[in-house]
Design a protein around this ligand. Structure first.
Ligand code: CMC
Length: 426
């Protein structure tokens, strides 16, 4: 399958090494370095900036051009014409569903939304002020203990059932986490509602009062889920793949993805954006914070700006900004003080030489945080929402890996510690 070869000459190795080079459908060619280990050589690539760890057919990103494709379809077209569950189907199966397939898929997900009653008791072990992501790591991992009937990862049917269960139950668990923090009773899912309406119902309704779900907010929620559905080999997806490569069950793998997503450099950024806007407090303080972000001696960074891959613009941020405007108009919040700070910050940073030179633009989390706050979701829940949306991507990658000829993921290292030495004689 190699079309061309790369030649590597290394001091101390007489013959030069011929390495196969593979071409993908899109994107950079990759040099196959697997034979280097036979020459007692490793490649060195901390942060995996130049390393393709797998072959994948799911998502393609061109960071320089701001392109994001799921199974070939541009994200803006999916956001405009598709919906979250259809995009889930696309990610899992590789093609858009027919009308009939979509109906079956939507109904299947609806039929899996309830969690086992026994799972409710897990929540009592957590403090009410526990971070929602801490509870999510626990309860999603705990799903492993409930579905012994579908744990054979070598069985495609079992993998599909697990996929459906995860996509259906994670929003239920997410809403339960919120209800627990509020001291309110858990709300059972309602199968007469759409995926996003049901999520808002489980979050904001109570047994005493069932409010009507705003279609604008439900659409915004659906978009937030859709725009987060997958993002190629990011830190959490790579974590899911690595955990999955050991043969761990899908619920444990997704729990590991949730843990990786928690960090502020990844999914935790949307929460960090809101915290930062609150810390800035007033438009008059923005210059001080921008100066801090540019100061190399100061670890402060503008949260919601920059991306490892997008160095021009984040195509998800464009769509999210539009949704942000719609939600704020629906809720009559155009004059929200935090929003004013966000918009001014966006303007200053996008005109500043420091940010332009480094390709630092508002990313998806900059706007999603503002939308979620407007909907009434507290900032500690933001990363949980991201995890809910990312679930189909994690599962699609896990499933793709398990269906392929995979090996356990086991990186190597450049050891710079002490050479062998003897334990001091006593
Ligand atoms: N504010 C100020 N300076 C920044 C920022 C920022 N947000 N991001 C990067 N830089 C600077 C950085 O100091 C460095 O400058 P220099 O070249 O002078 O040393 C340069 O830009 C390159 O930064 P880097 O750390 O090498 O870039 P990276 O690709 O390793 O990091 C990032 C990407 C997303 C972790 C980083 O931009 C960041 O910390 N952003 C804020 C957190 C954030 O919003 N994360 C959400 C990402 S989108 C959601 C997702 O997909 O997970």
């Amino acid at each position: 399958m190699a079309d061309i070869k790369a030649t590597l000459t290394v001091d101390g190795i007489e013959e030069s090494l011929e390495l196969p080079v593979y071409k993908g459908t899109l994107g950079p060619d990759v040099v196959d370095v697997r034979s280097l280990t036979g020459k007692n050589l490793f490649t060195y690539d901390p942060g995996f900036v130049s390393t393709a760890a797998c072959e994948s057919k799911i998502t393609f990103i061109d960071g320089a051009k701001g392109i994001l494709l799921h199974r070939g379809y541009p994200i803006d077209q999916l956001a405009e014409n598709s919906d979250y569950l259809e995009t889930c189907f696309l990610l899992l199966h590789g093609e858009l569903p027919t009308e009939e397939e979509k109906e079956t898929f939507v109904n299947t997900i609806k039929n899996h939304t309830m969690v086992h009653e026994q799972l409710n008791h897990f929540f009592n072990g957590f403090r009410r002020d526990a971070h929602p992501m801490a509870i999510m790591c626990g309860v999603v991992g705990a799903l492993s203990a409930f579905y012994h009937d579908s744990m054979d990862i070598s069985n495609p049917q079992h993998r599909l059932i697990s996929a459906h269960r995860l996509i259906a139950k994670i929003p239920t668990l997410a809403a339960m986490v919120y209800k627990y923090s509020m001291g309110q009773p858990f709300m059972y899912p309602r199968n007469d509602l759409s995926y996003s309406e049901n999520f808002l119902h489980m979050m904001f309704n109570t047994p005493c009062e069932e409010k009507k779900i705003s279609p604008v907010l439900a659409k915004a929620m659906d978009r937030i889920f859709l725009l987060h559905a997958d993002h190629e080999q990011n830190a959490s997806t790579s974590t899911v793949r690595l955990a999955g490569s050991t043969g761990a069950n899908p619920f444990a793998c997704i729990a590991s993805g949730i843990a990786a997503l928690w960090g502020p450099a990844h999914g935790g950024a949307n929460e960090a954006v809101l915290n930062m806007l609150e810390e800035i407090g007033d438009v008059s303080n923005i210059d001080t914070f921008v100066a801090k972000a540019k100061d190399k001696e100061d670890p402060f960074r503008l949260m919601g700006f920059g991306h490892r891959v997008y160095k021009n613009f984040d195509p998800r941020a464009k769509v999210m900004k539009q949704t942000c405007d719609e939600v704020l108009a629906e809720l009559g919040m155009e004059n929200d003080p935090l929003l004013k700070i966000a918009l001014k910050l966006e303007q200053i940073a996008t005109e500043d030489e420091y940010f332009i030179k480094r390709g630092l633009y508002p990313n998806v989390d900059f706007y999603s945080g503002i939308i979620l706050k407007a909907i009434g979701i507290p900032s500690e829940m933001f990363t949980v929402i991201f995890a809910t949306g990312r679930t189909p991507g994690w599962i699609a990658h896990w499933n793709e890996m398990i269906s392929s000829d995979y090996r356990i993921g086991r990186p190597r290292q450049l050891y710079t510690g002490s050479p062998k030495r003897d334990y001091p004689a006593k």
